[in-house]
Design a protein around this ligand. Structure first.
Ligand SMILES: Cc1cc2nc3c(=O)[nH]c(=O)nc-3n(C[C@H](O)[C@H](O)[C@H](O)COP(=O)(O)OP(=O)(O)OC[C@H]3O[C@@H](n4cnc5c(N)ncnc54)[C@H](O)[C@@H]3O)c2cc1C
Length: 356
């Protein structure tokens, strides 16, 4: 396994459960790549109905992990989505009554998200969505995998015989298979074994704000309505609801040399503050935290994800992966076990296609 973000940890955890011998190479601290920060949105709403079904399975899997690891991993506060896009995604969710997703009116909206300004447009509530307690999940999975973790950077991979040879600064080691889930590093490592992944790399910023008053409930928010001058806004709460991490969906493209336009990134952070000023008067617009992260997107959609294979080497790439991590880990573990990528996770499946 190369990478101890949420995907590598999920995959390793499930391979160990299956009795396999697993080594996880991580160049830094587990969970401080794209998986960094205090929270992520768990949501069932997706354009691709296959991702809705996988989210139902992932939700059940997160509950099992909570039991096994001994801590709640997703808040009970639900998820609120505003705008026509939320209503468009509702039928695919209502195919699964256990989700409980429903359209709500403006009174319900304000009862659920007290920090929001007046809003009377279309809105959908998903009671089984919530904020993922990312740090807890990373810490507990890492702790259970401590004997498997090797704090080395993988410099190169090579197919040798039926297996794979891994070269690190101070380690050369042979393995039966390799799984590359190295976030931004995946494209480079996969290219080294002849795999060409169509990943677009960008940088993203999310800003955190404190509620002015303690909140008994702080559901996740996706605002596609434009009612407050922005579309594609998302937010998730800290586990103790002391902060609300909020970002605009857009990212700054990395140029061919990987350079990021710092001013463009700062403009997105300013946009988040402006949105809070207009839409969320119950939050103090003076930021309490900031997270900058790499984003790795596939050409067929913002929720696109796939697993590539070349013999004993598997590589996963995509975006918005945290919520589905238990299921993606299961798919990678099965790929290693069976020697082939299951449907619908091959690149030809175009899982997470936005349908545009
Ligand atoms: C600001 C932001 C908000 C997001 N919001 C959501 C959300 O609300 N819901 C959601 O589901 N998803 C969300 N996502 C996406 C989600 O966080 C990522 O898709 C997910 O964390 C990716 O995990 P990963 O394990 O693939 O990658 P990473 O967490 O990046 O892990 C890869 C690991 O590989 C290591 N590595 C890299 N190269 C090497 C090497 N050569 N050798 C050894 N180790 C290496 C890195 O150090 C890193 O720890 C968001 C992302 C961002 C940036």
């Amino acid at each position: 396994m190369i990478g101890a973000g949420i995907i590598g940890l999920s995959t390793a955890y499930q391979l160990v459960e299956q009795g396999m011998t697993v080594t996880v190479y991580e160049t830094g601290t587990p969970g401080f790549g794209q998986s960094a920060g205090q929270s992520r949105i768990f949501r069932h709403a997706h354009d691709d109905p296959r991702l809705v079904e996988l989210a139902v399975r992932a939700r059940a899997h997160w509950r099992r992990w909570s039991d096994e690891l001994g801590a709640p991993l997703i808040s009970q506060d639900g998820g609120l989505a505003l705008g026509d896009v939320a209503v468009k995604r509702l039928p695919a969710m209502q195919a699964f009554p256990e989700i409980g997703a429903r359209q709500i009116d403006s009174d319900d909206v304000h009862a659920l998200l007290g920090v929001l300004a007046d809003y009377d447009g279309p809105a959908v509530f998903d009671p089984s969505a919530g904020s993922i307690h990312t740090r807890t999940a990373i810490e507990l999975l890492s702790r259970s995998l401590a004997p498997n973790l090797v704090n080395e950077q993988v410099i190169s991979l090579a197919k040798v015989g039926d297996g794979v040879q891994v070269r690190c600064p101070t380690v050369v080691s042979d393995h039966g298979a390799a799984v590359i889930c190295a976030g931004r590093g995946t494209v480079r490592l996969a290219a080294g074994v002849g795999m060409d992944l169509p990943v677009e790399i960008g940088a993203h910023v999310r800003v955190s704000f404190a509620p002015r008053l303690p909140q008994g409930r702080l559901p996740t928010l996706q605002d596609g309505s434009g009612a407050f001058g922005f579309t594609g806004v998302y937010a998730a709460a800290y586990p103790d609801r002391s902060g609300y991490g909020l970002g605009l969906a857009d990212s700054v493209d990395a140029g061919t040399a990987g350079a990021i336009d710092a001013q463009a990134l700062a403009a997105y952070a300013d946009g988040a503050i402006e949105y809070v000023t207009r839409a969320l008067p119950g939050l103090d617009p003076d930021p309490i935290g900031i997270v900058h992260c790499w984003v790795t997107t596939l050409p067929w959609g913002d929720d696109g994800v796939a697993i590539w294979q070349d013999g004993p080497v598997f590589a996963l790439a995509g975006h918005n992966l945290f919520k589905h991590a238990p299921i993606l880990g299961e798919a990678l573990a099965s790929s290693v076990d069976v020697g082939a990528v299951p449907t619908p996770f091959t690149p030809d499946d175009r899982l997470g296609s936005s349908g545009d």
